[in-house]
Design a protein around this ligand. Sequence first.
Ligand SMILES: *[C@@H]1O[C@H](CO)[C@@H](O)[C@H](O)[C@H]1NC(C)=O
Ligand SMILES: *[C@@H]1O[C@H](CO)[C@@H](O)[C@H](O)[C@H]1NC(C)=O
Ligand SMILES: *[C@@H]1O[C@H](CO)[C@@H](O)[C@H](O)[C@H]1NC(C)=O
Ligand SMILES: *[C@@H]1O[C@H](CO)[C@@H](O)[C@H](O)[C@H]1NC(C)=O
Length: 277
Amino acid sequence: MKGLPIWVILLNFAKLFITGDCTSTQDQVLSILVRTEEHAIIARNISSKYETVLWSPASPEHIGAGTEVHLYVPANNLRNVTNQLLTHKLRYDVILDNAQDLVEMQTRNVPTDPRISVSYYERYHSLEDIYFWINKTAVDHPDMVKVILIGSSYEKNPLYVVKLSGRQDGAQKTAMWIDCGIHAREWISPAFCLWFVQYSLTFYNQNSEITSMLDQMDIYVLPVMNPDGYKYTWTTNRMWRKNRSQSKNSYCIGTDLNRNFDANWCSKLDIISIPLH
Ligand SMILES: *[C@@H]1O[C@H](CO)[C@@H](O)[C@H](O)[C@H]1NC(C)=O
Ligand SMILES: *[C@@H]1O[C@H](CO)[C@@H](O)[C@H](O)[C@H]1NC(C)=O
Ligand SMILES: *[C@@H]1O[C@H](CO)[C@@H](O)[C@H](O)[C@H]1NC(C)=O
Ligand SMILES: *[C@@H]1O[C@H](CO)[C@@H](O)[C@H](O)[C@H]1NC(C)=O
């Protein structure tokens, strides 16, 4: 066992030699100062390439002169991106030099972590944990919760809907639909669905608004709409957004689920030109 730390150090050295660049072994977030319209064109271009993820502003068309752009760049493309920025004289700062640290913090479950003291509903959970939670919630609240299997995903993960109903059955109940987790990497979304279900169950018969809401309508909650992608963000790539389907017509994996409604959704973005996102 004594030899272990030395091995770790040697392995890290090996990593440095292979890449020849210590900064590029970590995913980073860059802050890019866009001063002119020409800069904006370059920044929009870069933000739709190199597997980058635009953290701010919300979408590339909001990048203009005067915008501060926050861009997540995977380690393997850091060189390319910073080269592009330098070539076009765009100033940037590294605002997060090891994004992986943050990713690990989100999933860590060790007793020394201060986050361990927060409740189940203030932490993120794997797909398996969420399936377990769905089952347990139904078992614990048989009078108000029904689990409905509505189908399965491309990779055959089940799609469970949690149906919430008050104990007072109104004559003509209406219904509400809530789905979470359409984009795999947006973990806060399934976390919200779990929170919402628990909150509703806890405050039914305590809070008059929640009581009358559940007595007058059934609420159908799909906690994870994109289980394949969600699972993939836990196992392989935290930044994955789409599902994991394969298509004959493209070498790219996955369909971005919300780009497949027959509507514009306020977006002018030409998604066809960004095949990998
Ligand atoms: C985007 O950048 C690439 C080079 O990385 C270049 O070939 C391409 O023409 C650029 N597109 C636009 C719209 O500037
Ligand atoms: C990034 O740079 C490397 C060489 O530094 C090159 O081989 C690779 O094709 C580049 N990737 C892109 C997407 O331009
Ligand atoms: C919950 O799990 C148990 C055993 O694993 C199973 O018998 C039961 O049908 C499940 N309930 C629901 C609502 O999925
Ligand atoms: C994933 O994408 C394919 C289309 O490529 C679609 O048929 C499938 O229903 C999608 N959704 C899920 C949840 O797997």
